[in-house]
Design a binder for this molecule. Structure first.
Ligand SMILES: C[S@@+](CC[C@H](N)C(=O)[O-])C[C@H]1O[C@@H](n2cnc3c(N)ncnc32)[C@H](O)[C@@H]1O
Length: 273
């Protein structure tokens, strides 16, 4: 992950604040950390060591910060960041099986996770990012199932003026002490195949030179499945007949239907006028 000392950084959904604490080693111009849980809930899950350490460094920390809900952003100065980072995003755990059933009956979990990431991008560029600054959003995720089924490089910014710029490998060694947290367990998980994906309102950004361009594009590939290159027509046909491909096409269909039904793209365009 590329971090520049001149950048004012906002972190979203930091499970135990260990990522924000580790970021300080890169001496950003400023850092504000946010946590979805309350302080009490976070401390109950993971302890409050990193919270105490950040407080000693006078880092502003906002709890119960829901990137999808503007009423939770009180206390944050509007449009004052260069970079907003969401590490290993994932829907919060459901409180009960019936809550899960209620939600999953209406919308696929894949669609809900994509919604979370799309809201993150749209709200970051509309409310958190300084339009006169660097204008960057990073999402780090794993390039394995089910995360790779979110079609991160192509699906999230559809019908917006947000540009996908490319990706870089995520090297956890750059962040000593960072523990990648499960949503609700006092366990940390491996950064297996972590990739940081980058978006900007700017089409041409100097960071592009350091990024890998979007992959699996072109006729010889299946972009949504991140498969290919197919060397023969038969290869490609066999892929299209596979269960994996059919499942992915269904997820794409559900996502496009959800976008059609939602007003989020309108919200972004209006906000810019
Ligand atoms: C897999 S955990 C990763 C936690 C942490 N970012 C890390 O890297 O260790 C996913 C995180 O996303 C957060 N999250 C889920 N929905 C959110 C939302 N609407 N707003 C902010 N954070 C959210 C959860 O609270 C959880 O901490």
């Amino acid at each position: 992950m590329m971090i520049n000392k001149k950048w004012r950084i906002l972190t979203i959904g930091d499970g135990d604040l260990s990522f924000s604490k580790a970021l300080l080693i890169h001496q950003p111009a400023s850092l504000t950390a946010t946590v979805y849980d309350s302080l009490a809930t976070m401390s109950g899950k993971y302890g409050d060591l990193f919270y105490q350490q950040l407080k000693l460094e006078n880092i502003p920390i906002l709890f119960e910060f829901d990137v999808c809900n503007p009423t939770s952003w009180m206390g944050l100065e509007k449009n004052s960041f260069d970079l907003v980072i969401f590490q290993f995003p994932l829907l919060p755990a459901f409180r009960s099986f019936s809550e899960y059933k209620q939600c999953a009956d209406k919308l696929n979990i894949n669609t809900l996770n994509r919604r979370l990431l799309r809201d993150f991008l749209i709200n970051s560029f509309s409310y958190f990012i300084d339009p006169n600054g660097q204008q960057l959003c990073f999402i780090t995720s794993k390039d394995v199932k089910p995360y790779r089924q979110w079609n991160i490089e192509n699906a999230l910014h559809l019908n917006t003026d947000i540009n996908y710029l490319g990706s870089m490998p995520f090297d956890i060694k750059m962040f000593p002490g960072y523990k990648i947290r499960n949503v609700d367990r006092d366990k940390h998980v491996k950064d297996t195949k972590g990739v940081t994906y980058v978006w900007s309102r700017l089409k041409r950004h100097s960071i592009i030179d350091k990024l890998n361009p979007a992959q699996f594009l072109g006729d010889n590939y299946c972009t949504a499945c991140r498969a290919g290159p197919f060397t023969t027509e038969l290869d490609s046909m066999q892929h299209n007949k596979s269960i994996k491909h059919k499942q992915m096409m269904e997820l794409e269909r559900l996502w496009l239907a959800d976008l059609d039904n939602s007003g989020s793209k309108v919200a972004l365009k209006n906000d810019q006028k």
